[in-house]
Design a protein. Structure first.
Length: 280
């Protein structure tokens, strides 16, 4: 299927750390001209049924998805699953286990922020949480912006919530093997999300790609709102070299929070095979 379709295979709703309900995310995507759309909430499939109904009513091809948090080589990496059966028991159990530590981590983040002089951050972040199982650093970021501690969300991550900063709490997520295994067991396709965002050197990144491939992973994101424009051709070349299919998505979280305006996100570069090439 051609590159002419407008495809967005990475979006968040308030079921994870987005701000809009799944049906409202579908409307936003449709208004932006999207033909093929996936909701990929962090570690959670609870929004998929609502998203599917809304997408179909709006005339979009719907793709069920999820974005799983894993720990690989001591770093947090995200693995997107597409075309999953979101009712698959093994996948659902794996995601529930992945979510289980989030509330406790949230309390620890609040304790660290309190030491840095920011009070009541747990309660403050909770006001932004749509799903009590899914407290995210993004909710803390929105609270710190609301409080005027930082001007915007990237600024909060830079000053407080990234590794080495006062509000950072290390966390152990799922393994790469588990995440790819759950996705494949549920009939889905595993995709490395925004590979250009991790702090790996070329050699470590190569090991990640090789391991992912050996486990049955088949795609990487090439054009994503979480890449810089110079990373689009770079990751297109890596997709070709490793024989990965290429995915595209905005990583939309909220109106006004996008790192790249939806309209400016280009199609996949020529010479890669879109992950959706044989879907329709
Ligand atoms: P968590 O899963 O709770 O650790 O939160 C991860 C989420 O934080 C990501 O999915 C992004 O939405 C957000 N995030 C991480 N780093 C940044 C950043 N530098 N700027 C803006 N948002 C970020
Ligand atoms: Mn997020
Ligand atoms: Mn991500
Ligand atoms: Mn995402």
């Amino acid at each position: 299927m051609s590159n002419a379709l407008k495809v967005d295979l990475h979006c968040h709703s308030n079921v994870s750390d987005g701000v809009l309900a799944p049906a409202a995310v579908a409307q936003t995507a449709r208004k932006a001209g999207v033909d093929v759309w996936a909701l990929t909430d962090h570690d959670e499939i609870d929004g998929v049924a609502e998203a599917r109904a809304a997408a179909q009513a709006l005339g979009m091809q719907f793709v069920s998805g999820v974005e799983i948090s894993i720990t690989w080589a001591k770093e947090t990496v995200h693995i997107v699953g597409l075309q999953i059966d979101e009712t698959h028991a093994g996948l659902c159990a794996g995601l529930a286990a992945t979510r289980a530590g989030r509330d406790n981590r949230g309390r620890q983040i609040a304790a660290e922020l309190a030491k840095a002089g920011i009070a009541d951050a747990y309660e403050g972040a909770l006001k932004f949480v749509g799903n009590p199982d899914l407290m995210s650093r993004t909710h803390f970021a929105r609270y710190l912006v609301e409080q005027g501690v930082c001007a915007n969300i990237p600024d909060v991550f830079k000053k407080y919530l990234s590794e080495g900063k006062p509000g950072y709490v290390p966390h152990r997520w799922a393994t790469l093997e588990d995440a790819v295994g759950w996705i494949r067991a549920a009939g889905g396709i595993a995709v490395i999300a925004h590979p250009g965002r991790y702090k790996f050197n070329d050699m470590a990144q190569g090991v990640l790609f090789d391991e992912f491939k050996q486990l049955g992973g088949t795609a990487i994101e090439v054009v994503t709102g979480s890449h810089t424009p110079d990373q689009y051709p770079e990751y297109a070349e890596l997709a070709r070299r490793y024989g990965f299919l290429a995915s595209r998505g905005t990583d939309f979280h909220a109106p006004g929070e996008a790192r790249v305006d939806f309209a400016l996100l280009p199609p996949l570069p020529a010479g890669v095979t879109p992950v959706w090439h044989d879907w329709f």
